[in-house]
Ligand binder design. Sequence first.
Ligand SMILES: [Zn+2]
Length: 392
Amino acid sequence: MIKLETLSQDQIKEMNRSNIINIIKQKGEITKQDIAIALKISIPTVTTNINQLMEEGLVEAAGVGDSTGGRKPIILKFVENARYSIGVDISPDRVRIILINLNNSIIDEASFVYEDAFSFREILQAVKVAIENMLEGNNIAKEKVSGVGISLPGLVDEDRLMLENAPNIGVRDFDFREFQDSLELKVFIENEANIAAYAEKEIGRTVNMRNVVYVSITEGVGTGIIIDQHIYKSSNKKAGEFGHMRISDAALQCNCGRTGCWELYASKKALFRYYREYTGKRAASLDEIFSADSLSQPKVQEAVEKYIDCLFIGIENIILALNPEFVIIGGELGKYEKEMMAQLNGRNNMKCSFFEYEGTKVVFSALKDKGSLIGAALLPFEELFNYEKSII
Ligand SMILES: [Zn+2]
C-alpha cells in the first residue's frame, strides 16, 4: 500500500485529477462544491482541475443548481463520448473487436475467424482494416480515440510492446511498434488472462477484492494474479504461468516444450479429448458438449467430471500457493457456469470445495467469455481513471 505521506506533489496532482474525473463519472452530474466536500479537497484545487477537464472536453457545464445562499452553483456533467477506446482480443482461432466510450458502453463490435495459414502480420492487417471501418462507420475521428488495447495469448512485455512468446498461435518476439505507427493510434498490449483479471477487478465480480487469481480457459490455460488490487507480473513479466505447472508424469507433450503441464489436462482442448475418449465421438463446439441433450448422457457426464477433476488439481495448487480470496474461472469456459455447476451439484465433496476451499471462493467470471476483450478496451483509459499503475 502506498502511504499518503510518501506521495510527491506530482502524484498528489494526478491523484486529485483522477479522483475528480471518477466522481463526476460515477455521479453523472455534480457541482464543484459537492466534489470538494466528497473528496475533502479545496475549491481552488477543484476549479483548476475542472477548467483543465473542460478544456479537454471531458466535462461540460449542464445548468445551475439550487443556491444555498450566494451564487447558484454550476452543475458539471461527464461527457461520455468525449473519448473512445478499442479493445481487440486475439485468440488462436478468431479475433474480436469492440469500441467503447468513457462509460464503458459498447458502441460497436466485430469479429472474424482466421485460418491457420494466416501469418500474424496478416491477422494484424485485418485488425487494422476492421478498426478503421469501425471508426468510419461510427463517424469517430482518431483524435477522439485514447488507444487500442490488445489481449494476446502469450507472454507480453507491455513496456517494450513485445509479444515475447505465444506458442498457441506460433508467434515469438513480435514487436508491435510498427503496427502502432501504421495505425496512428496508441497501442497497449497485455496477456489475455492478466487483462481479463484486470477487467474483473475494474467492473466484474471482484471489484475491491484485494487478492484474486483469474483462470482463463481457452485453447490453453492462462492465469492472471491480482495481489493487493494490482496485476502481479514481476520484473521479468513472466509471473502467473500456472498453466505450465506440471501436474502429471505422463509424457503428454505441451506447446511450451515440457510435458505434463496443467493446460494439457484442463484446457478447452483437453475437454474435447475427454469427450472423444468417453463417448467415442468428436464434438464440434463447446455448445455441443454443454447442450442439455448432451449433458443428459452418462458418458458425457463422465467426460465433464474427468475434466472438472483435472481443473481442480490445478486450482487447489494455486490456492495452496497464493491463498487468494477468489479464484475466478473465465475464458471460453466462463460461459458455461450453469452447466458446469449442474455437474458439480451431484458430487458432495467437490461441491464443498467448489464454493469454499480453505477460505477461497471459486466462482465463474461475471463477464463470461468477454473478460479479456473488455479488459483490452479498458487499458487505454487507465491513464485517465487510475493514478496508480495497475500492473506491477
Ligand atoms: Zn507447458
